[in-house]
Ligand binder design. Structure first.
Ligand code: UFG
Length: 328
């Protein structure tokens, strides 16, 4: 298939681009390089452009005759979405609408959307299934929920079929060191902890120790970026084989607290970096864990890296690799 990948120079997008190329797809990346890197797209064609530039987007989609679009480009930092909601609705919701409009005009048949577990808000159950109520507690989750809704309505009204993948907490890096998280000023827990372990930061602050969880810190379902990437290729194949539109959780169904993650990073790195205990961060749900059955059933997806120490080891190796090559 010929596919357009928005945000393909970013962290998750670039891993998926590599998997798509390895599976024989023709890949064009559309990315404004605001947080991504040209080196991350490998052999794919890169169009440096913004999704807000709808004329450019329209002409790329009209000229390219793409079978499918994978849409990663978005802002992704929960606390930033609380302080800058318009930035999130503009880039995540309005630009998704721009994109869907252009896809419709260009007759794109398949769409794979990067959604998020943040659409659930604070779930009523320990593990959350796809049919749980959508009650986002931050603008990031709300911006993605609205995009899911637009996609659903467009899917109902046209021939477009889609898979919305609701990511839980994505971490790790390509075990062969070709790609990893290289976002400037990253805020995500495993990345920040690995930067502390490699001396790039003085330490790390735990945001809140008084949650109603086993050790008082937030619990999350961490998924290796390589497993997430393989889910995207399967989603695309599924659509090509005639599968109907789906919304699928992407997680392992296993949660770790912030303290457990920090222990793992210390154990795997052998570095006892400093840990400070701070206030809660705005917009954080106490616990999020996937009910991860549906994606296995529908896509036949089998994770290969379902192991926190492996996720941490690959994330650490990536930090060291970047340091030694001056990539960050
Ligand atoms: N945390 C710290 N210290 C840090 C960084 C994070 O204590 O320096 C804590 C956070 O407060 C939170 C947990 O670690 O409790 C995980 O935080 P991340 O920033 O790593 O990830 P989030 O859970 O906020 O968000 C991520 C993605 C979203 C996705 C969400 C689903 O960015 O796209 O996971 O859980 F929706």
């Amino acid at each position: 298939m010929k596919v357009l990948v928005t945000g393909g120079a970013g962290y998750i997008g670039s891993h998926v681009v590599r998997h798509l190329l390895e599976s024989g797809h023709e890949v064009v990346v559309y990315d404004n390089l605001s947080t991504g890197h040209a080196w991350a797209v490998g052999d794919a064609e890169l169009i440096e452009a913004d999704l807000a530039d709808q004329e450019r987007l329209r002409s790329v989609l009209q000229a390219g005759k793409f079978d499918g679009v994978l849409h990663f480009a978005a802002h992704i930092v929960v606390p930033e979405s609380v302080s800058h909601p318009v930035k999130y609705y503009a880039n995540n919701t309005r630009n998704t609408l721009n994109l869907l409009e252009c896809c419709q005009e260009a007759g794109v048949r398949y769409f794979v959307f990067s959604s998020t577990a943040a659409v659930y808000g604070i779930p009523d159950t320990a593990s959350v299934a796809e049919d749980a109520p959508l009650q986002p507690i931050n603008p990031y989750g709300a911006s993605k929920m609205m995009s899911e809704r637009m996609l659903m309505d467009l899917g109902a009204a046209s021939d477009l079929r889609y898979v919305s993948l609701r990511y839980f907490n994505v971490a790790g890096a390509d075990p062969e060191g070709r790609q990893g998280q290289a976002t400037p000023d990253a805020t995500h827990l495993i990345k920040v902890a690995c930067q502390a372990a490699t001396g790039q930061r003085g330490g790390i602050t735990v945001f809140g120790t008084d949650y109603d969880t086993a050790d008082g810190t937030c619990e999350r379902d961490y998924i290796h970026v390589e497993d997430l990437a393989s889910a995207h290729v399967r989603a695309l194949d599924y659509l090509e084989q005639g599968g109907e539109s789906q919304v699928l959780n992407c997680g392992y169904g296993c949660a770790y607290s912030v303290l457990q993650v920090l222990e793992a990073v210390k154990r795997v790195s052998g570095v006892d970096f400093e840990v400070h205990y701070g206030e809660r961060r705005e917009g954080d749900p106490p616990a999020l864990m996937a009910d991860a059955g549906r994606i296995r059933k529908v896509l036949g997806w089998q994770p290969k890296y379902d192991n926190l120490d492996q996720i941490v080891a690959d994330a650490l190796a990536w930090e060291r690799h970047c340091l030694s090559r001056g990539l960050l």
